[in-house]
Ligand binder design. Structure first.
Ligand code: 0X9
Ligand code: ZN
Length: 433
C-alpha cells in the first residue's frame, strides 16, 4: 500500500476513534507477527505515528514479515491501534495485560521484610542501592575487591568498576564484564551483582569459578549507563528508556544508544544519526563519556584482558562478532564452539533454550557495538549475552525469575571463561630436567 493511502486510512480512523469515545483502561504489550509486506508497512507506521513503544525489535526499520514484534501500547492509544490492526487483518496476541502492575512489582523493594524470603540478589535495586552495595562489597572484602573509578556519566555520576583479584601471580590475565549499557534491561545489572556475589561466595567451593579466579582478574562494571538506569526508576512511563541522557546539540532530543557509539564501522548500519531515535549513535564515535570511560579503560588493559562480555536482555542469545558485517570472525569456529557448549549446558541444567551465533546473522547487522569494538581491539573472545526471557515478560522479568536468569547466564560466563583458559594457557607443568 502506498504511503498516502496508509495516511488516508489512519486519518479516518483517528477521527472515528478520538479519545473519549471508548478507551482501554490499561496499558498493554501486544505481540504481532506481520504476515505480508503490507502488514509490516502498516505496523511500522503505527509504531511511528501513534504513542507506542517498540520493545522488540529495537527499531521499526527491523520490522518485516515473520518478525515477531512486541509493542507497548498505552491505554489512551489502545483502541485506535487495535482498530487499525483489525482493519488490515493483522492479528495480535496480548503478551502482557498488566505491565503497570509488573513494573510496580519490579520496583517493590521490601528488602527489610523478612517474610519476603528472597535475598538481596533476587531483587532489582535502585542506582543508590547499587552504589552502596559496591562500597560495602569492597569494604567487606579488602584483600580481593578493589573499586576503580573509570570515569563519570553525562550527568556526572561515577562509573565504578569492581576488580576481583584472588592472587597476585605475575602475568595474570583478565576478563571484563559490563552490565546496564541499556537502561531498561534491568536483569543486566542484577546479573553483575549476582556474578560478584557468586565469585566471592564460591571461590574454593565451586571448581569452575575457582579455576577462573585463580588464573584471571575480573573487572566488573555493574552499571555502564547510570543516568539512564536512574531515569527508568523515576516514573512508570520512563521505565522503557534505553539510551543515556545526553542532550543533543540541537537540544531537541535526549539520549545516545551507547551500544552504537563505539568506534567500529560507526554510524553505518542499524543505527541512526537522529538524536530522537532509540538507536542514535551520537554525533561521533566515543562522543559519550560512558563510552569513552569504558573504551579508555579496556584500551589501557588490552594486553591482559582476554575475554570481553557485555550483558543485555532480552531474547536468550549468546552472540559473538561480527554484528557490523556478515564477514566471519577469524576465530569463528572457536567462538561458535564456546557458545554452543554454553547453550548445551544451559539446556541440560536449566531446560532453557538459547540461540547462538554471530550477531549480524542471528540478530541484525549493526555498527558501533562494544563487542565488535573489543574484538577489533584484539580481544579475541568477545560476547554479548542476551538474558531471559524470550518475550513472556520482556523487560518486566519478575524478581522471582532473577535467580533462574542469572544462574543460567553465570553458567554461560563460566563455560566461555574456562574455554578461554584452555585455549590460551600453556599446558601446565611440562618441566624438563
Ligand atoms: O541491539 C543491541 O544493542 C543488542 N540488543 S538489545 O536488544 N539488548 O538492544 C544486541 C547487540 C549485539 N551486538 C552488536 N550489535 N554489536
Ligand atoms: Zn541491550
Amino acid at each position: 500500500m502506498s504511503t498516502p493511502l496508509i495516511w488516508f486510512v489512519f486519518m479516518n480512523l483517528s477521527i472515528l476513534l478520538k479519545p473519549g469515545h471508548c478507551t482501554e483502561t490499561r496499558d498493554q504489550v501486544l505481540s504481532i507477527t506481520p504476515q505480508t509486506q503490507e502488514q509490516a508497512d502498516i505496523l511500522r507506521n503505527v509504531s511511528t505515528h501513534y504513542e507506542t513503544i517498540l520493545w522488540q525489535p529495537v527499531s521499526n526499520e527491523y520490522i518485516s514479515t515473520q518478525v515477531q514484534v512486541h509493542l507497548y501500547v498505552p491505554a489512551n492509544s489502545s483502541v485506535t491501534v487495535k482498530a487499525i490492526l483489525q482493519k488490515h487483518g493483522i492479528t495480535h496476541k496480548v503478551l502482557l495485560a498488566n505491565p503497570n502492575e509488573l513494573t510496580e512489582m519490579q520496583m517493590k523493594n521490601d528488602s527489610t521484610d523478612p517474610r519476603s524470603g528472597s535475598t538481596f540478589y533476587e531483587k532489582y535495586h535502585t542506582l543508590e542501592e547499587i552504589y552502596d552495595w559496591i562500597n560495602r562489597t569492597a569494604q567487606d572484602n579488602p584483600r580481593t575487591v578493589k573499586v576503580i573509578l573509570i570515569g563519570s556519566s553525562y550527568e556526572k555520576r561515577p562509573l565504578y568498576v569492581l576488580k576481583l583479584s584472588f592472587n597476585d601471580r605475575p602475568n595474570r590475565k583478565a576478563m571484563w564484564i559490563d552490565c546496564g549499557i541499556h537502561a531498561r534491561e534491568w536483569i543486566s545489572p542484577a546479573f553483575c551483582l549476582w556474578f560478584v556475589h557468586h565469585s566471592l561466595s564460591f571461590y574454593q567451593q565451586n571448581s569452575e569459578i575457582t579455576r577462573i579466579l585463580d588464573s584471571m582478574d575480573v573487572y566488573v562494571l555493574p552499571v555502564m549507563n547510570p543516568d539512564g538506569y536512574k531515569y527508568t526508576w523515576t516514573a512508570i512511563k520512563r521505565r522503557w528508556w534505553r539510551k543515556n541522557r545526553s542532550i543533543s546539540k540541537s537540544g531537541f532530543c535526549v539520549g545516545v544508544d551507547l551500544n552504537r557509539n563505539f568506534d567500529v564501522d560507526w554510524g553505518i548500519k542499524g543505527s541512526s544519526q537522529n538524536p530522537c531515535e532509540e538507536i542514535n549513535c551520537g554525533p561521533f564515535p566515543e562522543s559519550e563519556p560512558e563510552t569513552q570511560a569504558v573504551a579508555n579503560f579496556v584500551r589501557r588493559h588490552k594486553d591482559t584482558v582476554q575475554l570481553y562480555i557485555t550483558i543485555h536482555s532480552y531474547s536468550q542469545m549468546l552472540i559473538f562478532p561480527y554484528s557490523y558485517t556478515f564477514d566471519q570472525a577469524e576465530n569463528h569456529n572457536d567462538l561458535l564452539e564456546m557458545v554452543q557448549e554454553a547453550a548445551q549446558r544451559i539446556k541440560r541444567y536449566y531446560r532453557n533454550t538459547y540461540t547462538y551465533g554471530p550477531g549480524a546473522a542471528i540478530l541484525y547487522p549493526c555498527s558501533g557495538g562494544s563487542d565488535d569494538w573489543a574484538y577489533k581491539l584484539g580481544i579475541k573472545y568477545s560476547f554479548t549475552f542476551e538474558l531471559q526471557d524470550r518475550g513472556e515478560y520482556g523487560f518486566l522479568l519478575p524478581p522471582s525469575h532473577i535467580s533462574g536468569a542469572c544462574n543460567e547466564a553465570l553458567l554461560a560466563v563460566k563455560t566461555v571463561a574456562v574455554k578461554v583458559l584452555e585455549k590460551t594457557q600453556a599446558p601446565a607443568n611440562h618441566h624438563t630436567i
